[in-house]
Design a protein around this ligand. Structure first.
Ligand SMILES: [Zn+2]
Length: 207
């Protein structure tokens, strides 16, 4: 009964989905194919509940329609957000509350470098940090001083290659590019495997 269903939900939420699942779910949201009143969860909920990374670099997080229902009655009835007193929020109040959480996310994201926040920095930035760490080690600079120096490096010094255009056309193109690239990669791998199998099959005859 209910316990079985809860265990199932727990099992699903406890296991972080593979990248393929993430990309498919994201593309469904980008293509407006998800009715959040049916799914019962928005795009941001999906990321958070499944333990996927949440970053302000993903334009989909800023799209209110992908997070909660459009109609106020549904927002109220589904209790998509509640205030500190436990009252359901809707309309402008819900939109403002959601934007505030995004603002907090952006603020947290923009904080100076620490070993813990390292993954939020661009690949170029992280390479610079490891080069600096090696230099500091070479010259015997204490680790806490190296960490302090790193915290003064502005994020903007190394452009973030994860940035993408926010317009809907580019988002759609991006989503289909990702899927197409995966299909091409898989076809290439299958062709290679077939070729290997043929060569392996031909060898015993040659011996
Ligand atoms: Zn664009």
């Amino acid at each position: 009964g209910d316990i079985g269903a809860l265990a199932l939900v727990d099992a699903i939420l406890d296991s972080r989905p593979p990248d393929d699942v993430r990309d498919v779910v994201r593309s469904l949201f980008v293509r407006d194919l998800v009715d959040v009143t049916v799914s019962g969860c928005g795009y941001g909920d999906f990321l958070l509940w499944t333990g996927l990374s949440v970053t302000p670099l993903d334009p989909m997080l800023f799209d209110h329609v992908s997070q909660y229902p459009d109609r106020e009655e549904e927002q109220q009835h589904g209790r998509w957000a509640v205030n500190e007193e436990g009252d359901a929020l809707s309309g402008d109040v819900l939109a403002a509350r959601y934007d505030f959480t995004l603002l907090m996310l952006v603020r947290a994201w923009c904080r100076p470098w620490t070993p813990r926040s390292n993954p939020s920095f661009s690949g170029h930035f992280r390479r610079a940090i490891s080069a600096l760490a090696l230099c500091a080690h070479r010259y015997g600079v204490p680790a806490d001083i190296a960490v302090m120096v790193n915290s003064y490096l502005p994020r903007e010094w190394w452009p973030d290659d994860r940035r993408q255009c926010w317009c809907h056309d580019c988002q759609l193109k991006n989503v289909s590019d990702v899927i197409r690239e995966k299909v091409a990669r898989r076809e290439r791998r299958d062709a290679e495997a077939r070729e290997e199998a043929t060569t392996a099959g031909a060898q015993p005859a040659a011996r």
